[in-house]
Design a protein around this ligand. Structure first.
Ligand SMILES: Nc1ncnc2c1ncn2[C@@H]1O[C@H](COP(=O)(O)OP(=O)(O)OP(=O)(O)O)[C@@H](O)[C@H]1O
Ligand SMILES: [Mg+2]
Length: 252
């Protein structure tokens, strides 16, 4: 792959004595949707979290290897974690809006980065809520608590909040698994639009979802990468027996 946005090289990750990731080598293309799939417990979340070093908080963790983001090794250089995390928006399985009103959920990050004028904030809040397809539903109740929104709306709010810090990369861990079908479709459609500007990496175990939106696919099994490639290669011409069996639904 030419100029991958992210390049993971020989990544081994242990928690205590258990090896969770085994010699992982992955390349993530820029401004595309990469889908990480594989059975429960195979290490998808762990791999995703390694990319912005959220795994640092695990007790008894040992990580070896290299993770290059924009050609900088975030594991082995004196990477500033705050700057690293600012490059990445994170969506988790369940939405975690901040315990404040809808407006402040978006404005919070902007204020932290020094933007405090009301007029500016009003504009940006509207912009990001529109980007996340939420504006029309909340424009008349921006001062209500975020917790009063439906789960699907909360997930879109979290997406808007993530976009507001102006990331380069969006990490999403089964972002639709708690959502109803319509809200899930919103998120999928949004990702397809957003990839014009962002590198998107999404974990899912829903094969149909992967087929719908993936440009690039990484298939994991028991902590190892079994196969990776463009969605077309992966789905139409898988090379490994394990991949073929997984695609046939022989295990999940
Ligand atoms: N903080 C932790 N401490 C100990 N073991 C952990 C920790 N986090 C994950 N694991 C173990 O690492 C392995 C991989 O977990 P991970 O959450 O990455 O899998 P996953 O592919 O995301 O699974 P799922 O599809 O169920 O979300 C599992 O065996 C899990 O029990
Ligand atoms: Mg997981």
């Amino acid at each position: 792959m030419e100029n991958p946005k992210i390049k993971v090289q020989n990544l081994n990750l242990f928690i205590g004595k258990q090896q969770i990731l085994k010699n992982v080598n992955v390349e993530i293309p820029e401004k595309k949707i990469t889908i990480i799939i594989g059975p429960s417990g195979c290490g998808k979340t762990t791999l995703l979290k390694s990319l912005n070093r959220l795994t640092d908080i695990y007790e008894d963790i040992n990580v070896q290897g290299n993770i290059f983001i924009n050609n900088e090794d975030i594991l082995n250089t004196k990477t500033d974690i705050t700057i690293l995390r600012k490059k990445m928006g994170l969506l988790s399985q369940r939405p975690y809006p901040l315990p404040m009103n809808i407006y402040d959920n978006i404005a919070y990050g902007l204020r932290i980065s020094g933007r405090k004028q009301k007029k500016y904030l009003d504009k940006r809040v509207e912009h990001y809520l529109k980007q996340a397809n939420l504006w029309d539903e909340v424009k008349d109740r921006l001062k209500s608590p975020a917790s009063a929104l439906s789960i699907g709306q909360q997930q879109r709010l979290c997406l808007a909040r993530g976009l507001a810090v102006d990331p380069e990369i969006i990490l999403a861990d089964e972002p639709t698994s708690a959502l109803d079908p319509i809200s899930s479709q919103y998120i999928e459609e949004k990702f397809v639009q957003l990839k014009e500007h962002y590198t998107i990496i999404m974990v899912t175990h829903i094969l149909r979802q992967a087929r719908r939106i993936a440009d690039y696919v990484v298939f994991m099994y028991l902590g190892e990468i079994i196969e990776q490639g463009t969605a077309e290669e992966f789905f139409n011409n898988p090379q490994q027996e394990k991949t073929k069996a997984y695609l046939k639904g022989l295990f999940n």
